[in-house]
Design a protein around this ligand. Structure first.
Ligand code: SF4
Ligand code: SF4
Length: 156
């Protein structure tokens, strides 16, 4: 009989302790957000998918050297470029020079492991990790990113 009442007492005691803890939580500051209605700013070290960085004129800083593509262990990067001529002043004379212009920079984010090799191997500071974490889709195609287009859309 004593054990019976002892068990009831212990049950009630743990219930009261639980309720006190729950009650205390009501007065603590809220640390969560009602995602997706509200989002938070990602920390500096957060790694989202890679994205192109622009120069002062809004063009990609990328010179199409291909180092990131070669460094990617997953084969997730695919890029293309074309050669264009431009006029430049060299030693007081206008000269026609050539440079490569990026025409395609695609990322297959379904195979990217966010290892960072591409960013580390870019000697021109032309790519970085985005802070984009708001990615959700049931379609694989939605994770094939046209990074050049995304850069142009950011600037428009
Ligand atoms: S390594 Fe940098 S500059 Fe070279 S292709 Fe990649 S992003 Fe462009
Ligand atoms: S983070 Fe790694 S896996 Fe992803 S694109 Fe860059 S090199 Fe490839």
């Amino acid at each position: 009989m004593g054990a019976y009442f002892s068990e009831i007492f212990l049950g009630l005691k743990s219930l009261v302790i639980g309720l006190i803890i729950t009650f205390k939580e009501f007065f603590k500051p809220v640390v969560t957000v009602p995602y997706p209605f509200k989002t938070i700013k990602m920390s500096e070290r957060y790694r989202g998918h890679i994205e192109l960085i622009e120069d002062e004129e809004g063009n990609p800083k990328c010179i199409s050297c291909g180092a990131c593509q070669r460094a990617c262990p997953s084969g997730s990067i695919s890029l293309a470029s074309k050669s264009v001529e431009y006029e430049a002043m060299v030693k007081g004379e206008m000269k026609t020079k050539k440079k490569k212009v990026l025409t395609k920079y695609n990322l297959n984010f379904t195979t990217c492991s966010l290892c960072g090799q591409c960013v580390e191997n870019c000697n021109f500071g032309a790519i970085t990790f985005s802070k984009d974490y708001n990615l959700a889709s049931s379609r694989k195609e939605d994770f094939h990113f046209d990074l050049l287009k995304r850069l142009q859309e950011r600037n428009s």
